[in-house]
Every structure is written in structure tokens, then in C-alpha cells.
Design a protein around this ligand. Structure first.
Ligand SMILES: [Fe+2]
Length: 318
């Protein structure tokens, strides 16, 4: 089946890595990773790892120079081969910068998107339950993802489960600089290993912290938090990864179905409720309660996420 095999390793991805470093500097300062694992946290509490993120390409943004990733011919060719289709439509590029994280990132699959349902209009727990349930596979947007690495840092490998969460993971580590993995990170669990240096404890920042070059983009970068420098690192020791994502369609009919038949929340409820009733579970997915954490918990317990074997304790547990 297309789009379910192990990811494909690409080497010597960029002819000019210096172009990526220039691009990196252009988008600075980088905000601390917001969001999905610690929403609503105290803006003045140092509770977060040194993990920064920004978009380079999205629906409304295209940072000049990002074409080296967005229109990478090798990515297009590889994604088409992986999924066995010519219809690959890149839609986003974003960058993660991580450093001094002695605890691994969360083992996860990337967040799903369905016809008419995505993070802009649907709570994450609903999207995750839709994914885990398997009830919405016909309206899921297949995604091709390439992850590229700038540097070889201390630690920082990627661990992934190409044969499913019940089979042992494999790792891409050590020789990562200017390589990329292309595959289906929405279907395949993956996890960022711990990142050095490992002899300085576990530095943490507030959600307000920012990362920027001290001077030259290829020199030292500094983390400023509430006006104070709290960390400094050569770029060479920062784990920089660039994610490229594309929609994938298997034919014109598939594309038309996904793009022109948006699912309403009531459609979502109908499918869940038919499934819950089939399984004899005395529970109703209630559209009016999708922002109620109790409802999220009671529904989600019936659509649990796998925990891949040999995953590392994660930064979640901070
Ligand atoms: Fe991911």
C-alpha cells in the first residue's frame, strides 16, 4: 500500500547549506514553542524546554529564500514515489530549533487534518479521536512530510517506528547534517532524542523567551527571556530541523472529494455516535460540549492513542 512504508532517507539535500543559514537568520527572533502540549501556562514561569519554532511558509506567508525547501525538486520526486501519485501539493515549511534538552521530545504522530476539519475550527482532542477511531480515514488528507537537519549535534537523533508502534523503533542519528527523511509522519510515530550538552542540568524558559543570533547567523545564538540573556550556544550545537509538508491526492476524484465536501461538526458526531452505539457504549458525542474537558476525556478514552514500544520518557513529563 502506498504511503505506509518506512520513510526514505535523502542525503546532500541542499547544494548550499549557507542559504538555509541565511534564511534562518532572516526569520529571527524565534518564539518559544507555544501551544499544543502546554496551553494556557503562566507566561512568567520557567516551565519550558529550549525549543523554538516558526513558520517559513504557510497559507499567508512565504519567507524569501524558503523556496530552497518549498520547491525542492528532490522532495517532490521522492514524495511522488513514496505515495505512488503525481498529485503532491506542498503547503507549508516550518523550522524547529532545539538545544540543551536532556529529556526526549514526545513520541507522537503529527496532527491530522480532515475535509473541513482542522485546528482552525476543531479542538485537538476531536481531531485526535477522529484519527484514532479510523472512522474518518476516507476524509483524511494524506500528508507527505520531509524533515531536514542542519547540524550534527550531541544527541538529537530521531527515533521512529516504521513498522508500527508494536514493533521496535529505528534511529537516524550521528550523520544527520543536510539529510532528510521523507515519509508519513502523520501515520508513523516518531520522537526526538535528548539533546546535549548534558552536563548543564535542564535549562528552562518562559513562554516569552526568544532565540536570535548574537551577531552573525553562523556564530552564537542567544536566548533572551524577559530581557535577560539566559542561554547562549553556537549555531553548530543547535538542533535545527526544517519540516516540509504537502497534501497528497491519489487522483482527481480524491482531490475533489476532500476539497469540496467539508465535514460539519454534526457529521462528525453522527459517525462517532454510530460507532459508540455499535460497540454498546452508553455515551453520545455532543457537539455542544466539545470545549468541555470532561467530555473530551470521556469520549477520548474510547479512542486511545497507541504508546509505541521503547519510546523514551518525554519532555511532557516535565
Ligand atoms: Fe512530528
Amino acid at each position: 500500500m502506498h504511503g505506509t512504508g518506512p520513510p526514505i532517507l535523502l542525503t546532500d539535500v541542499l547544494d548550499d547549506v549557507g542559504a538555509a543559514i541565511k534564511l534562518l537568520a532572516q526569520r529571527a527572533p524565534y518564539p518559544a514553542l507555544g501551544g499544543w502540549y502546554s496551553p494556557g501556562s503562566d507566561p512568567h514561569a520557567r516551565t519550558r524546554p529550549l525549543w523554538f519554532r516558526s513558520d517559513w511558509v504557510n497559507e499567508t506567508l512565504a519567507v524569501p529564500g524558503s523556496e530552497v525547501f518549498f520547491h525542492h525538486p528532490g522532495y517532490m520526486e521522492c514524495a511522488r514515489a513514496y505515495y505512488g501519485t503525481k498529485m503532491v501539493e506542498p503547503h507549508s515549511v516550518y523550522v524547529n530549533l532545539m538545544m540543551a534538552m536532556p529529556i526526549a521530545g514526545p513520541a507522537h504522530t503529527d496532527n491530522p487534518r480532515f475535509a473541513g476539519r482542522d485546528q482552525s475550527n476543531t479542538p485537538m482532542w476531536v481531531l485526535r479521536a477522529m484519527l484514532e477511531s479510523g472512522l474518518f480515514d476516507d476524509v483524511a488528507f494524506p500528508q507527505a512530510t520531509a524533515i531536514w537537519w542542519l547540524n550534527d549535534v550531541e544527541g538529537g537523533g530521531i527515533r521512529y517506528w516504521p513498522y508500527g508502534p508494536d514493533h521496535p523503533p529505528v534511529e537516524h542519528a550521528d550523520k544527520m547534517a543536510n539529510t532528510a527523511l521523507m515519509g508519513n509522519t502523520h501515520g508513523m510515530f516518531h520522537q526526538v532524542n535528548a539533546i546535549g550538552p548534558f552536563d548543564i542540568g535542564k535549562p528552562q524558559i518562559t513562554p516569552m523567551a526568544q532565540l536570535a543570533p548574537a551577531d552573525r547567523p553562523d556564530g552564537e545564538w542567544v536566548v533572551i527571556d524577559h530581557g535577560e540573556e539566559v542561554y547562549r550556544s553556537p549555531l553548530a550545537d543547535i538542533r535545527v530541523s526544517v519540516q516540509w509538508k504537502a497534501d497528497v491526492y491519489f487522483n482527481a476524484d480524491h482531490r475533489t472529494r476532500l476539497v469540496s465536501s467539508p465535514l460539519g461538526l454534526n457529521d462528525v458526531a453522527v459517525r462517532f455516535n454510530a460507532d459508540l452505539a455499535d460497540r454498546g457504549i452508553d455515551l453520545v458525542f455532543d457537539v455542544d460540549r466539545i470545549h468541555d474537558p470532561d467530555h473530551a476525556a470521556e469520549i477520548s478514552q474510547h479512542y486511545p492513542e497507541a504508546r509505541p514500544i521503547d519510546s523514551l520518557p518525554a519532555v511532557f513529563d516535565y
